[in-house]
Design a protein around this ligand. Structure first.
Ligand code: TRP
Length: 433
């Protein structure tokens, strides 16, 4: 069975070398494994919890998307999308919110840290705390459960959130999964083998420690300047150095082959000066990062290409999410009333909904029309009349392949709420893939 692997990247800030080595590179490598279906997304709704500067959000989404694409993420292979392009995510968030124990959210680390800090300062426990921060783990659970991910690669700090997602999935399955287990129980994957890269001062590389080395921003010059600031001991050129106590060597290792690592160590033991060692390190990193930086610059100069790639990703993601959410709505009781009337039984079984169908026909006025009809005969879309049958056929084809995205252009009227129409179209698109 294919394993679904899903992870989100909160879009605040600009990726640095530590993000690349610790998250981006291993995730892209894992996405190339056979039998793995990867979902990577920009967690931009999560970003809003931490950041109320619209320009920074915009900039960071762009930089992070460009970074992942430049680093070799293949959007054909991976479903790469923005959280905020998936309206099913906030919708599922609400369904999950209704079965999540408040007490459990009180114990979430991020919220707890914030209330503890307030209390330590003698303030009201909830001072300055938003419902966004409080409900953060539920939004994250929705991200994961909507796609029934098996594995979720995350840092240690996020493991509790995955456990909460499992819990809420279990509760939901228990309450509503009479027909079948609705949610897969996700597993956190914390990769101990992946190095956490040290920063300039030897502590974990992190923006909050101000010890980060930029990945692409600022070009080779910024990379060189940052490397010049790596803290070393004060041994002079010619004096033997101990490679095993130098975080400069650890950073070098992350970009070097086993032979290159051995050579670098031997040279340091033989007295290579730190200045020269930094030059070697710069060249080593630059040989990896330089070609990707060129891709990055190209993408940043053409944000419309990034937008296009993300919209394609959103379409792929929604082909999964829309029919699944429809099933979940049915499971909790948000069902079409026509379905109840037809069967006469309010305990109607939740079946996979039948696809809506397009019908093309000609009216007495001589014009060609089409309509989209749901399995309960509700007219979802009604076209205007066309002089040519081909024209009507062309629109049907576009709606079938592009789904709701084509609604903006198509000369049609909606017969019911937009959401129902979008879901029907998404199911049609999904059925063709
Ligand atoms: N909260 C995660 C972080 O800060 C980002 C994230 C959001 C995420 N939704 C997710 C990670 C779903 C994994 C799965 O790192």
């Amino acid at each position: 069975m294919t394993q679904r692997v899903l992870t989100g990247i909160t879009t605040t800030g600009t990726p640095h070398l530590g993000n690349y080595v610790g998250a981006i590179r291993p995730a892209i490598a894992a996405s190339r494994e056979p039998g793995v279906e990867s979902f990577f997304f920009l967690a931009d709704y999560h970003a809003l919890i931490k950041c109320d500067e619209p320009d920074r959000i915009e900039r960071s989404r762009l930089e992070i998307a460009a970074t992942w694409l430049a680093a070799g993420l293949d959007p054909e292979r991976v479903t790469f999308y923005r959280q905020s392009d998936i309206p099913e995510t906030p919708e599922l968030t609400w369904l999950l919110t209704c079965v999540t124990a408040k007490g459990q959210m009180n114990r979430a680390h991020a919220y707890k840290a914030a209330t503890d800090a307030n209390e330590a300062q003698g303030k009201d426990a909830d001072d300055g705390i938003t419902m966004g921060l409080f409900s953060y783990p539920i939004l994250m659970a929705a991200d994961i459960l909507l796609f029934n991910a098996h594995r979720v690669p995350v840092g240690r700090d996020q493991v509790q959130h995955i456990e909460m997602a499992r819990d809420v999935a279990q509760r939901f399955n228990h309450l509503f999964g009479r027909q079948r287990e609705l949610f897969v129980l996700p597993q956190a994957q914390v990769d101990e083998a992946v190095a956490t890269l040290p920063g300039l001062d030897g502590r974990k590389m992190s923006k909050s420690y101000d010890n980060a080395i930029p990945l692409f921003e600022g070009g080779p010059k910024a990379l060189k300047e940052a490397i010049a600031l790596i803290v070393t001991d004060s041994k002079l050129p010619g004096e033997p150095k101990d490679p095993d106590t130098s975080h400069l060597v650890t950073i070098h290792d992350a970009f070097a082959s086993p032979e290159q690592r051995a050579t670098f160590r031997a040279e340091l033991r033989d007295g290579l000066g730190w200045g020269d060692a930094k030059q070697r390190l710069f060249e080593r990193i630059e040989s990896h990062v330089g070609p990707m930086r060129a891709n990055y610059a190209d993408l940043m100069a053409h944000p419309e290409r990034i937008e296009e790639a993300l919209l394609v990703g959103a379409r792929k993601a929604r082909a999964v999410a829309t029919p699944f959410l429809q099933e979940l709505r049915g499971a909790v009781g948000l069902r079409s009333m026509k379905a109840v009337a037809r069967t006469g039984a309010p305990t109607v079984a939740v079946e996979a909904p039948k696809l809506a169908v397009f019908k093309q026909y000609r009216e007495a006025d001589g014009l060609f029309y089409f309509k989209l009809t749901a399995s309960d005969n509700l007219v979802l879309l009604q076209s205007r009349g066309f002089a040519e049958g081909r024209e009507a056929g062309g629109w049907v084809k576009r709606l079938k392949t592009e789904g709701a995205a084509a609604l903006a252009d198509a000369p049609v009227e909606l017969g019911t709420e937009r959401q129902r129409v979008e879901q029907a179209l998404a199911a049609i698109v999904a059925a063709q893939e």
